[in-house]
Design a protein around this ligand. Structure first.
Ligand SMILES: Cc1cc2nc3c(=O)[nH]c(=O)nc-3n(C[C@H](O)[C@H](O)[C@H](O)COP(=O)(O)O)c2cc1C
Length: 164
């Protein structure tokens, strides 16, 4: 079964998890990083203002061109940082651009966050995709800097649920 991990990451956590997932089955898992043409700022205050506003307004930022043939994949895993208790806008653009091709795929998702809002963000992503459940889902607290047992257990359970 071929899996595509589609993710956006501003500060590396969601990317770190995408790479971790890929290490479970290098041959059958492909990563696609979404990169907005207009970058979100990373400044301590400006990132919350611009990113939060974009997420709350449900924006669909233009993405740098990407090449993917979704028909090659049975499963898509979406990964993202939680912004204002929502999934991040680049995913909205991707879903909008690939809605028909996503139809009928197995869909899983993970959210990285600092404290709260992950459940709501995952629910909103389900709504956007028009599905009632994810095949697997997980919420991780800043996993790049928290290489702890709690996060590691969640990653193992998520990957074993999907890949074994
Ligand atoms: C604009 C913005 C809004 C955020 N909103 C939330 C939030 O609602 N809840 C939360 O727990 N963390 C929030 N965070 C923190 C990130 O979700 C968290 O640090 C995540 O691990 C970052 O993932 P990344 O490194 O892949 O970008 C926010 C961060 C930014 C930049």
């Amino acid at each position: 079964m071929k899996t595509l991990v589609v993710y956006y990451s501003l500060e590396g956590n969601s990317k770190y998890i995408a790479e971790n997932i890929k290490s479970y089955d290098e041959e059958n898992i492909t990563l696609l990083e979404l990169i907005p043409v207009k970058k979100y700022p990373t400044g301590a205050v400006s990132k919350f203002f611009w990113g939060g506003k974009s997420a709350m307004m449900g924006e669909k930022p233009e993405l740098e061109s990407y090449s993917v043939n979704l028909s090659e994949y049975d499963r898509v895993i979406f990964g993202f940082p939680v912004w204002a208790a929502r999934f991040t806008p680049p995913l909205r653009t991707f879903i909008d651009e690939n809605r028909d091709a996503l139809e009928g795929k197995k869909i899983a998702a993970y959210a990285c966050m600092a404290g709260s809002g992950g459940d709501k963000a995952l629910s909103k992503l389900k709504e956007e995709l028009g599905i009632s459940e994810f095949e697997e889902q997980m919420i991780l607290i800043n996993p790049k800097e928290n290489d702890n047992e709690e996060n590691n257990k969640k990653i193992v359970a998520f990957c074993e649920g999907l890949f074994t």
